[in-house]
Design a binder for this molecule. Sequence first.
Ligand SMILES: NC(=O)c1ccc[n+]([C@@H]2O[C@H](COP(=O)([O-])OP(=O)(O)OC[C@H]3O[C@@H](n4cnc5c(N)ncnc54)[C@H](O)[C@@H]3O)[C@@H](O)[C@H]2O)c1
Length: 458
Amino acid sequence: MNFKKTILCIGAGYVGGPTMAMIAYKCPQYKVTVVDINPERIARWNSDDLPIYEPGLDEIVKTVRGRNLFFNTDIEKGIKESEIIFVSVNTPTKTYGTGAGMAADLQYWEKTARQIRESAESHKIVVEKSTLPVKTALAMERILTSMNNGIRFDVLSNPEFLAEGSAVKDLEDPDRILIGSRETPEGLKARDELVKIYANWVSEERIITSNIWSSELSKLVSNAFLAQRISSINSISALCEKTDADITEVSRAVGMDSRVGNKFLNAGIGFGGSCFKKDILNLVYICRFQGLDEMADYWEGVVKINDYQKERFILNMLSAMFNTLAGKRICLFGFAFKANTGDTRESPAILIAGRLVEEKADLIITDPQALKNAMTALSDINGQINYVEDPYDAAAGCDAIAVMTEWDMYAGLDFEKIYKSMTKPAFIFDGRNILDHEKLFEIGFNVYPIGKPALTHF
Ligand SMILES: NC(=O)c1ccc[n+]([C@@H]2O[C@H](COP(=O)([O-])OP(=O)(O)OC[C@H]3O[C@@H](n4cnc5c(N)ncnc54)[C@H](O)[C@@H]3O)[C@@H](O)[C@H]2O)c1
C-alpha cells in the first residue's frame, strides 16, 4: 500500500508506544514505525502481552498493528525511509559526574541524534518528544549538521503531556498540542507539517505553536506546576493532622475558587512516576546553572516536601503501632505510582517498602498490574517480602494494611471479611484517602488517613 507519509519514532516506551499507536489509529494514510534498541520490548509490542498497561491501549494496538503501525529494531532502515522522526528515548536524571542527581542524562538522546545523522540520506524533520532541558534543540541541530553533507534537518519540539493511566484518553482528546519551531521559513514549514498530522483529529484551537525554547521549557514548567500542587496540599495535610482540620474539607473549600480549581488537590503519600521529580530537579539544575539560586531553592522545596510526606507516613505508622514494626506483617495495597498503570518508577511505595523492611516488618505486596515491576524495584532489598495477587489473601494474617495506590477496586473490597482475617488490633493507613474511614472504624479497624484525625479504638 502507498502511504502518504512515513513516520518513525525512536524509543518504544511509555510515550513512544501509545503516542504512535494513536497517530496510526487516527491517520490510516500514514505509515508509522516504532523502533527501539531493546529487542524484548519490541517483541512484546508485537505480542498480545504489551510491555505497558494502559486502559484502552490493547484494542488500539490490535486494530492498527500490521496495518499502518509497525514495531521493529531496524533503526537505520527506519531513519532512511521516514520523513518525520519522533525521538522519544528516555532522559533520566544523571547519576554520575557533574550534575549527578539533578541534571538530565542526555546520553541516549545524543546517541539518537548521531544515529539519525549517520543514516539519513534525505531531508528529515526531527521532533523532540522526550522531555529535555531548554536549549537542547540547539545541540541537536549542531550534531545533525556537523557532517556538512548537504542534508537538511529541521528540529521541532513537541513535548508529550499525556499522563500514565489515562494515556489513551489524553492522546485522543488532549488539552493542547504544543509545537515549537525555529521562526525561519524552513522552521515554520516543518512546524506546519507536524500541525497537519495532529489536525487529523485535534481541533485547531488546541494545537498551539511557539518558539522552540518556550516549547522545551513549557514541558518542564508544566510538570513542576503539577508536582507543586501535590506538595502544596500535602504540606497542609501535615498541619491538618496537628490541628484536627480535615484536608478533604480544606481542599474542597480552596478548590472551589475558580482561580485555583479543584484538580490535583488530593492529599496522599506524595507523587511518583518517572517524570515529576526528574523534571523538577532538571529545572532546579538549569536555574542554578543560570545563577538563579532563589528560584532553584523554591522549586527544590517541592521535592523536599514530597520526601517529607513519605517519611511522615512511615513515622505515623511506627508511632501508631506502638513504636515497633519488627516482625509485624504489613500489607501494601498497591505498588504502582498511581492507579491504572503498572509503572512503579519512583513510586512512593518503593521508599516506604524499603523503610518498613528497615524496621524489620514483613511485607506482603498486592497490586492488580504492578507486581512484576514491584519485584524488580525491590530486588536489592533484603527482607521478608511476598507478592500476592489477591488482596484478600494478601491481607490475611496481617497487622496492618497501608494503601499505596488509589486503585478503585480497593474501595469496593469487603472489609468485614478482611478484618476477620487479620491480626488484632488491625490497622489501616490510607495513604491515598480512598476508603470509607468511618465504616472501617465501625468494623473495628484503627484508621489513619492522611490529613484527617485518626479514628482509633484505644
Ligand atoms: N512516561 C510518561 O508518562 C511521560 C510523559 C511525558 C513525557 N515523557 C518523557 O518522554 C521520554 C520517554 O519516556 P518513557 O517513559 O517513554 O521512557 P521509557 O524508558 O519507557 O522508554 C524509552 C525507550 O527508549 C529506548 N531507547 C533508548 N535509547 C535508544 C536508542 N539510542 N535507540 C532506540 N531506542 C532507544 C529505550 O530502550 C526505551 O525502550 C522521557 O524524556 C520522558 O521524560 C514521559
